[in-house]
Structures are given as C-alpha cells and as structure tokens.
Design a binder for this molecule. Structure first.
Ligand code: NIG
Ligand code: FE
Length: 390
C-alpha cells in the first residue's frame, strides 16, 4: 500500500541533490510517496507518480523527524526546587545528580516505565521520531542494568552511563567505583546498550578515568559518546576525538584547540541549548564550530536536573536566538546532525529508501520553528510510515 502526501508548501528533505540545492534540499510545492515504513519517492507535486492513497496537506510544511541523540529519561523524582534555587542565583553542580539517583533507586519498574512513556510521548508529539536514552541514575550493577532494560522497550539507541557521577557510597574510594563501572556493571550493561558515555567534567570523572572507562566499553563492543566541556574547559573533547567517539556533547566551554581537533576528526559536536537555558550557563557560539567545518547536532538533553525539556522546537528557537545558528543550520542539526551523532544513515533525510519519519508543521515554513518560539507547530507526526495518534 503506497500513500502520496501532496500539497506540501515547503518540503525539507536534507538531500542537497533536491530542490534548492542547499543542505536542507528544500522543495517547494512538494510531494512524498511512502511505501510501508520507507520513502518511495520525493519531488515536486507536478511530477508525482500515482499511489494507492492520497493525503493533501493543504500547503503545510514538512520536515524530517527530529533525531534527539541525547536524553536521560529513566528517572524518578523532581528537582524543580533545585531549578528555582538556580534561578535565584545558585550555580549548577554535577552533584545534584545524586538527588535523582536516590529517587530512581526507590522507584519500582512500573513508575519508571510510566515516566519513560510520558516523556517519550512528549518527544514524539513534538516531532521527534528517533531518540537515544541513557542510564545513569542507578549507579549500581542492578540499577544500571534495570534502566537499560526498561529503556530498550522504547528505543534501540540505549547508552550505558554508569559513569555519570561517583555515587555517595563510593565517595571515599573513587577508584573502586571506576573498577565497578568497567567490571561487573559493564558486563551486565553491555548486552543492553549500543553506546557508552562518561560525564567527563568538574565534579564527575577526570580525563584519565574517562579514558579507562571508554577503553573498557570499546573492548566490550560499545561505541563511545561523551559528555564534556559543560562546566569548564578540559581535555574531554579532545579525548572524544582521539577515541573516535560518535559524538561529544555539551561543548559549552570548547576551546579553539578543541574545535580544531573536532574539525580534523570524525566526532560530531552535539550542542544542548536546553542545558545552557536551564542552568543559566554561557551560550556556546555555534558559528565557531560551523565555520571550522565541524558536524554539529542539536539535542534536548532531557533530564530532571540540567535540561527538563522534551521540545526540539524550543531547542531550535534558543539555538537560533542565542547560539547564532541560522534557522536552516539549526533544523539540519536537529535532524541530519542527530542522525550523524547516532551514526544512522536510515534517518535524518527524506530520500528514497530512508525511513518515512517526518513531521507536518502548522506553518508555511520551517523557519517558524524559531520565529514562533513556544508555539506548538507540529501538527502531525509520521513515524515509520504511520501517523502517530495524537
Ligand atoms: O547532560 N551533564 C551530565 N548529565 C546531565 C545532567 C544530569 C542532571 O543534572 O541530573 C546533563 O546535563
Ligand atoms: Fe546529558
């Protein structure tokens, strides 16, 4: 059964070989044919072949589904008081993570799954068609494995983040915690994850600890993606490039040397505007990365401490307003950039053979995502060829 979506005023394909020839490959007066879960045809409405069913989108714009490559969704508890304190002048500290760890350990599976279902539904409703989920609020062998097991019911993109912070019970013996992370915890978690992540920053793990954990994870078949440069400059970004990490995330305090290393390597830099917003941190200037030729992704970093948003549209608006992405760059980074950060070539682009993952916007142009901040513009979401019920 094939479906022809027609009447697309502005169709963003991310295929530079189509439409206006820009990186977004914008086709005006476009059409798409979906066959089962894949795109079967893309182009201008005037040239569209016939299909079994026809859906007229009445001049709406269509964009590839957002790819959220960084989210922490397995948790319990609430840290709104910590947010309020920050907005009254307190600084953000990595140590706040332990508040969520205590609440998460105390929660049963059903509670954690309810939270996952709620947040993933928010993501999808907002146009996200692929998302990553990290562990990291359990920090015991059983709890980290539980988080990944629960997350796998929602995504194949699961990330082992046993090295989020050193939990309080290991405060006097960090080395013993690192041994646990690279030993029994890795053994339990590697079969449940695709990626390994480490929070390499002030108050979390130093670069030597990070190197040790990443090496063990890679030996176990996991691919690294790191948190680095969020709270202060350091060696984490260059380490990510050296080990061939898929992505290095935050990069708030990236130095010129870091950016040079990123430009020469294969690691995507993932910027997380929600984290700067919710921690009142300085904005990284995306132009430094983009002008150097670095591949840049945008992600929500949805988590209860530093970025409690599930809205990619919000992240795009902030990225444009405060991080100096152009609207086109921000959309590319939130779609094709996220796909690159997850090393996925089946998503992030609307081209023949790719997954039929797209969002229909109640707007004549994708530019409205930044131009109309805070307005829910995603009218419909098609995921693997199927309309997501609203
Ligand atoms: O990406 N930076 C480390 N981890 C999260 C924060 C988690 C938390 O504060 O609970 C982040 O910002
Ligand atoms: Fe994070």
């Amino acid at each position: 059964m094939t479906t022809l979506y027609t009447g697309i005023g502005e169709l963003v394909t991310n295929d530079p070989g189509l439409g206006d020839g820009s990186p977004l490959g914008v086709v005006t007066d476009g059409a798409l044919i979906v066959d089962d879960d894949r795109i079967a045809w893309v182009g201008q409405r005037a040239h569209a072949p016939a299909a079994d069913i026809r859906v007229d989108l009445d001049g709406a714009s269509v964009i590839p589904g957002f790819v959220d490559s960084h989210a922490h969704l397995v948790f319990a508890g609430d840290r709104s008081a910590e947010f309020a304190a920050r907005m009254s002048g307190q600084p953000y500290r990595a140590g706040g993570i332990t508040t969520t760890v205590a609440a998460t350990r105390a929660a049963d599976d059903a509670t954690l799954t309810r939270g996952l279902a709620k947040l993933t539904a928010e993501l999808v409703r907002g146009g996200v068609t692929t998302f990553e989920i990290k562990s990291g609020y359990g920090l015991t062998v059983a709890e980290e494995a539980r988080a990944l097991r629960l997350a796998r019911a929602f995504t194949t993109e699961t990330t082992y983040l046993g090295a989020h912070v050193v939990p309080p019970e290991f405060a006097d013996d960090r080395a013993a915690y690192v041994d646990l992370v690279v030993g029994p915890m890795l053994d339990a978690c590697a079969p449940l994850a695709r990626w390994i992540d480490v929070f390499c920053d002030r108050g979390a793990f130093d670069v030597d600890e990070t190197r040790t954990i990443v090496a063990a994870g890679m030996d176990a078949g996991l691919v690294p993606r790191l948190h680095a440069g969020q709270l202060e400059p350091g060696d984490g970004i260059r380490l990510a490039v050296d080990v061939g990490a898929a992505s290095v995330d935050h990069c708030t305090h990236a130095t010129d040397d870091d950016i040079e290393a990123l430009a020469a390597g294969t690691t995507v830099a993932t910027l997380l505007p929600g984290a700067e917003f919710c921690t009142r941190a300085p904005w990284p200037d995306a132009r430094r990365f983009l002008d150097a030729g670095v591949t840049v992704a945008l992600a929500t970093d949805c988590n209860p401490g530093s970025s409690y948003t599930s809205s990619m549209a919000f992240c795009i608006a902030v990225a444009v307003r405060d991080m100096f992405f152009t609207p086109a760059q921000a959309l590319w980074s939130a779609t094709a950039g996220g796909a690159a950060a997850l090393r996925r070539d089946d998503i992030g682009m609307l081209a023949v053979g790719r997954r039929a993952d797209f969002a229909v916007l109640e707007a004549p142009s994708y530019v409205h995502l930044a131009y109309r901040p805070g307005v829910p513009l995603v009218r419909d979401v098609i995921r693997s060829g199927r309309l997501v019920p609203s």
